[in-house]
Design a protein around this ligand. Structure first.
Ligand code: MRU
Length: 346
């Protein structure tokens, strides 16, 4: 099993995804600000993995607090959560995890013992980690019946083990679920410019798992669908609004439009921790703008002319009308999403 992120007695251990697939190197992060920096710099990425890492970072920071009272710990926790909350704006799992950690503090502060409250925060982070793995298995279980035996599935970005606490992943969890149900599934992975999560990460983890994978550049998706080579699209999500509008990696919207045009079902796979029912529609989802160098360069090699204007939105929003179903850990939601997504929480 790929260990994306791990709690150890020395700190939070993470696989440095920036180096994959050329190097499999783990970093030991020994403070909350090192964890925050790792999220910001994309050592770790993917909505659920960001949430789990933030929870571990908060637990680490709290356990290193030198405050002598629960009130001191509360102040430190507040500060740490603020730092964590400023790392990446789009994936709601980050804010969900921060709220869970704050809730754990509130539930345990009456213990009036700093060390006991710290222990409770570490337990909460570990629970978040375990729950993510269980949720992904459930997504695989609920989603696999949607994929026929022999299907070829197109995916965008990386919504696999690397994007979660590990093991199954979300979109790749549906594919792994189908594989584990005895079906033969092949994957087409969009390379996913500019950060190349498809080319570097999805291709790497599927090949490691012996699931047949073919990489295409993003602009080939239309041609490939028109040739009848794609039976379904399955992607992950960073935030899903109450009406089903879904923010995911830039380029997802384009894939959804193509899927509609070619009559290919378009599925979103995500745990309930990615749902943000406080937002009425995708219009309200904040879209992260990242460094222009991700567009102008490939690693350290500059390809664009000096000083050129660049726009680099890291995510786009697929309107709910393009989504055939949303596969979650609590079951499969179908349109109208305003009703079906709410029901999942009952
Ligand atoms: O910028 P990233 O790599 O964090 O973006 C990741 C994605 O968009 C994933 O598809 C999404 O987080 C779902 S991961 C299970």
């Amino acid at each position: 099993m790929i260990k994306t992120v791990e709690w150890t007695k020395d700190g939070v251990r993470m696989l440095d995804q920036r180096l994959l697939p050329s190097e499999e190197k783990y970093l030991m992060l020994r403070s909350y600000d090192e964890v925050a920096e790792a999220i910001r710099k994309m050592v770790i990425r993917g909505a659920p993995a960001i949430g789990v890492s933030a929870a571990m970072g908060i637990a680490l920071g709290a356990s290193q607090s030198v405050g002598t009272s629960v009130a001191d710990l509360d102040d430190d926790l507040q500060y740490i959560c603020d730092v964590m909350g400023k790392t990446r704006p789009t994936a709601v799992n980050l804010f969900w995890a921060i709220e869970r950690m704050r809730g754990a503090f509130q539930r345990n502060k009456h213990l009036n013992d700093v060390e006991e409250v710290k222990k409770a925060l570490v337990s909460e982070a570990l629970a978040i980690f375990e729950e993510d793995i269980t949720a992904n298995r459930a997504i695989g279980h609920h989603g696999e019946p949607l994929l026929p035996d022999g299907a070829t599935v197109l995916t965008h970005c990386n919504a696999g083990a690397l994007a979660t606490a590990g093991d199954y992943g979300t979109a790749l969890g549906v594919i792994r679920g189908a594989r584990d149900a005895g079906k033969k599934i092949a994957v087409i992975a969009d390379e996913t410019r500019p950060y190349l999560q498809g080319l570097r990460l999805t291709a790497w983890e599927l090949a490691k798992d012996d699931i047949p994978v073919t990489v295409i550049t993003d602009n080939m998706a239309g041609h490939v669908m028109k040739s009848g080579k794609v039976d379904a699209v399955v992607v992950g999500a960073d935030r899903i609004a109450a009406n089903g509008d879904t923010a995911n990696k830039i380029g997802t919207y384009m894939v959804a439009v193509l899927a509609r045009e070619h009559g290919v079902p378009f599925y979103v796979a995500a745990p309930l921790t990615t749902l943000d029912l406080s937002l009425a529609s995708g219009e309200e989802i904040p879209i992260e703008e990242r460094d222009s160098m991700e567009v102008t360069h490939i690693r350290d090699h500059q390809l664009a002319p000096d000083g050129i204007n660049v726009h680099n939105p890291a995510f786009d929003v697929t309107p709910h009308q393009f989504i055939t179903a949303i596969i979650t850990d609590k079951g499969v939601a179908r349109p109208p999403y305003l009703k079906s997504l709410k029901t999942l929480f009952e």
